[in-house]
Design a protein around this ligand. Structure first.
Ligand code: NAP
Length: 320
């Protein structure tokens, strides 16, 4: 990696949990940045980040962390982004790229953009990769490998800045796609947010069953429930913020989902096997489509952190 020039001099990570610490590990492994500065809200997390050696410097405040950084990435829960942007705005370096990793884009753009100084390039991003774990110990360098990272730059963003951030994510192993923020939020509502809500609901419902039944639920969880429990173990703060921030798109998709659930309920009540069979055949084909484009494997996903990530070729972006 040493023979490939770094894309950025100084990367500042505001928030060093699962995503921030994975970026730190991957950026270092791929030689994409010369140095990394990290911070987090609590002293305990900052101390752990320092102990793990994830950054060259771990600083106490968001304002201090961004000074002199040419790439700043907000890796906090979505609900914190606006306040953090206001805190760091006066300290951002001239020409810096400011980005984020939030799972919702419309709300982040709305909350962050008003604080961004004219001499800073704001390029929001969402790496569509994660696990149900949180905190700096949960991250790993291969998290973004062969996953999508969606960039949602506002209309008049400098194309060089957007291209440079795209090159950064490519270097971390991700496939990059550009989208409008609202479109991103509708796509993610159905592919990620509503599935998480369903998992939270079904695990909550099972938990409310009687004690004897609950122990059987755990014992026989391989029958499908287990996969829901993994998703329903996802971070409560992060997901509360996602549903509050993506309210409109989630409610729209939930409306459609509820109608489809009613159709299935009616089919079961009426003994209408054809309706059930037709839907299950269609959904099986969707699963096969996901496997065929390499977005999942037949084997359970347990081994991902140990996946080998090859060195990623670096495109030239016109600077360095
Ligand atoms: P996480 O593991 O809980 O980490 C969040 C980090 O943000 C922690 O280091 C936390 O510090 C820090 N933080 C919170 N408020 C802060 C503030 N005001 N100033 C500075 N640092 C602050 O969460 P995560 O899973 O990495 O998620 C981070 C972001 O990535 C979210 O916006 C989420 O939507 C997005 N995302 C998550 C996933 C996923 O699967 N997890 C996937 C894609 C995108 P403390 O530990 O001290 O509280």
């Amino acid at each position: 990696m040493a023979n490939r020039p770094a894309l950025f001099n100084r990367l500042a990570l505001i928030g060093t949990g699962l995503i921030g610490s994975s970026i730190a590990r991957a950026a270092r492994a791929q030689g994409v940045v010369r140095s990394i500065v990290a911070t987090a809200r609590s002293g305990a997390t900052r101390a752990r980040v320092a102990e793990l050696g994830l950054a060259d410097q771990v600083l106490d405040t968001n304002a201090a962390a961004v000074a002199g950084a040419d790439l700043v990435i907000l890796c906090t829960p979505v609900g914190q982004c606006g306040q953090v942007a206001a805190e760091i705005a006066p300290h951002l370096a001239d020409g810096a790229i400011l980005s984020d990793v939030g799972s919702v884009k419309g709300a982040v753009v709305r909350d962050v953009a008003p604080h961004v100084p004219a001499n800073v390039h704001f390029v929001p991003a969402h790496p569509v990769a994660g696990t149900e774990h949180s905190g700096p110990d949960a991250g790993f360098a291969e998290l973004f490998f062969n996953r999508w990272c969606i960039l949602t730059p506002p209309e008049h963003t400098d194309p060089i800045a957007a291209k440079k951030l795209a090159a950064f994510w490519s270097a971390l192993g991700a496939n990059v796609e550009f989208m409008a923020p609202d479109h991103h939020d509708r796509v993610l509502a159905i592919t990620s947010h509503v599935p998480h809500l369903i998992a939270y609901t079904i695990v909550g419902t099972a938990d409310e069953l009687g004690q004897v039944t609950r122990s059987e639920v755990l014992k026989f969880s391989a029958g499908g429930f287990r996969d829901f429990t993994r998703i329903a173990a996802s971070d409560p703060t992060m997901w509360r913020d996602v549903f509050l921030a993506n309210k409109d798109a989630v409610l729209e998709m939930l409306g459609t989902f509820s109608e489809d659930l009613s159709t299935l309920t009616r089919a079961i009540r009426r003994g209408d096997g054809d309706t059930l069979f037709e839907l299950f055949t269609r959904t099986r084909a969707i699963r096969r489509g996901i496997l065929s484009i390499g977005q999942d494997a037949e084997a359970p996903d347990f081994g991902r952190p140990h996946e080998r990530m090859p060195p990623v070729p670096r495109p030239y972006v016109g600077e360095d």
